[in-house]
Write a protein that binds this ligand. Sequence first.
Ligand code: NAD
Length: 473
Amino acid sequence: MAEHFAAEMVINGRRVTSDSTVGVLDPATEEVWAVVPECSDAQLDEAFAAAAEAQPAWGRDEEARRKGLRSAADALRRNEDELSELLTREQGKSRADSRMEIQLSAMWLEQFAEMPVPESSVPDDCAGFAVSAERRPLGVVAAITPWNFPVTLACWKLGPALRTGNTVVLKPSPYTPVSTLRFGALIADVLPPGVVNVVSGGDSLGARMTTHSIPAKVSFTGSVATGKAVARSAADDLKRITLELGGNDPAILLDDVDPEAIAEKLFTLSFANNGQLCGCIKRIYVPAAHFDRMAELLSGLARGVRVGPGMVEGTDLGPINNRPQYERVLELLDDAISHGAKAIAGGEPPAGPGYFLPPTVLVDVAPDSRIVQEEQFGPVLPLVRYTDLDAVIDDVNSSKFGLGASVWGRDVDRARAIGRRLESGTVFVNAHSIAAPNIPVGGAKWSGLGMENGLEGLHEYTQLKVTFESQDS
Ligand code: NAD
């Protein structure tokens, strides 16, 4: 039997295994290539206790926090080679995309290290009292991440949580635990014990974290259904929550677009990470006059993509990450085809192992079909032909999702005006899927609760504490 990579958890600064382990599949081969510990109840208690023990000193020492974040970023950069290989093996994305993910993660931590946390946001005088306000850390944060960008999304939580003086217990997805565990082991060497603990296990471990008595906050990225479960279980203890959930982002093309000029951008922004990106384009509304040309250009681009194992040099897109997700994407594709849609590129999974599906472009799609109304989170892009722009806006706004949306047109004022009518956390004009450490992002409606990144994202990890002072004693 081939030897498996064995990853360890990090609890209180020590690398630990567990009595029970679980295998991790390579989505390109469907074979187990790594094993990770299944965190026991006692180990989870130990991780939270270590985080609670480490928090007061960490919360007092701002310079140590900045330094710690810079050192963690350094550890990512120095180990990009190893981490990007682990990430490709477990997630499926190309090696180049994995390298990019590690670099982005380092950049995120560096920027949070430098970000100022403004002290006060209140008038300094009230009825003769001197008033001040400060942002205090919440304490211990339970951080739970999904499988599409495991390292980057962990850093979206670690950056602001650590910067503001909290300590963390982090749990990656059971589909992609290895790169996060390894990252945890590396940063354990540069952070005080207990500041970041990384535990691995299945969905039930996430549920145990949200009901644990120690964490003051749960920061969660994942699906809408799990987000609701997290909110329910956090309610008993009124734990603070940040939920970054699913999206079904529309791109609305206006009638003054130039298809040749935007096709490549639209393609990249729809199929980035194989469509497994919360904020990528998941449906494109195309005016009838441009429909055939747009469909031709996008399907041509789809046919030029090299699909294969992410570890093979030259691969553009790898497999879908896991079997349930693969089956869900195929189910939505079948449903669309059985209701009259046509795949003008892709559409057929290749024979052989691995969760592969070539980038698929669908036409003749009914606006109310499942592939348009639900989040596919995979490489299938429906193009919806329209003649009535107001009906498109009503349709988009009737969705429970509200993560991002884009409007494309040469008349930017008009595109911006359409964007103002859309109910979503972010609106892009002639762009999509942009994220940065200093720009807040969050979903409207079922796409989330609260914000990540930017000052608003930092504030989510703090309690605003107001002080009134009188000179009369
Ligand atoms: P998921 O909800 O199935 O799992 C996410 C994490 O939650 C995993 O670590 C999982 O083990 C854990 N978990 C499962 N059940 C739990 C429970 N009851 N309590 C606590 N934790 C639990 O999501 P996924 O399939 O890993 O990720 C895909 C989804 O994530 C998509 O819907 C995608 O849109 C969304 N996503 C959103 C963003 C964003 O920023 N808005 C970013 C990336 C992914």
